[in-house]
Design a protein around this ligand. Structure first.
Ligand code: SF4
Length: 245
């Protein structure tokens, strides 16, 4: 896959130079982009560049560099026990951002957030209000799995904070759904219980982006009667988005 003239112009404007991959690539289909001021180990595959939307307020390459930075991050001790980092999945132009706590065992193995039974339930919840995994962006507070699924430590959240902040800044969602106690407490900087946070409209720091707190699907698997409350939370989030249009 080759670069369009527009993409080449964009990269040239940014001072990003192009070079052909050194490894053998059939028909020279793959090449890489590397910025002069970044190390080679976070070079961006040009094929990835073409798979990300361009209509963002800052360059698409920044998003890809962010992915590479997460992949190689060793800023906290969790890097030593992870199988994969879990960057996040979904639409980078999404109106909804779903933010959970941290990868569990399944997510760590697959490198994707909200997989397994809890992930399937999240998918159903999204479908129930006309959304899907592909039309939202799903991420976690932490990008690496805490051992034995323990709660994240403060220093881990602090170390990982800038990755989530950059994701939020890039996506600019119309609403953030904080899924579960740990997510809601960290996003809202509170010790309040999830039960008391539910039903309110908050904002993420000084961004002006509304935050709605709801139960984690893993909790719903244990307490299915609470699904109705999650439905109410999703409807509230949807109303907030509708009011913004
Ligand atoms: Fe880096 Fe975040 Fe993983 Fe810690 S949890 S190693 S800060 S990516």
């Amino acid at each position: 896959m080759s670069l369009s003239a527009r993409q080449k112009d964009m990269l040239k404007t940014m001072g990003v130079s192009l070079w052909n991959a050194r490894h053998d690539v059939p028909e020279l289909k793959a090449s890489s982009v590397i910025s002069e001021d970044i190390s080679e180990d976070i070079a961006v595959d040009i094929n990835d560049v073409e798979n990300v939307e361009e209509n963002k307020s800052y360059p698409v390459v920044d998003w890809l560099l962010l992915q590479k930075q997460v992949q190689t991050c060793q800023a906290c001790d969790l890097h030593a026990t992870r199988t994969n980092t879990v960057f996040g999945v979904g639409d980078t132009n999404a109106s909804w951002m779903i933010i959970g706590e941290a990868p569990g065992a399944d997510e760590d193995l697959k490198g994707e957030p909200f997989v397994g039974k809890a992930g399937q339930l999240l998918n159903q919840m999204l479908i129930s209000i006309g959304l899907s995994r592909e039309t939202v962006f799903i991420a976690n507070i932490l990008k690496c799995r805490p051992p034995n699924n323990r709660d994240p430590h403060v220093e881990e959240v602090t170390a990982c904070q800038s990755f989530l902040d950059q994701q939020i800044e890039y996506i600019k969602p119309k609403v953030i759904l904080a899924v579960g106690r740990v997510s809601a407490q960290n996003l809202l900087q509170t010790k309040e219980t999830i039960g008391r946070l539910r039903g309110g409209k908050y904002f993420y720091r000084d961004t002006g982006i509304p935050v709605i707190a709801t139960y984690h699907p893993a909790y719903l698997l244990r307490s299915p009667l609470e699904k109705r409350k999650v439905w109410q939370d999703l409807v509230l989030a949807k109303k907030i988005i509708s009011a913004k249009r």
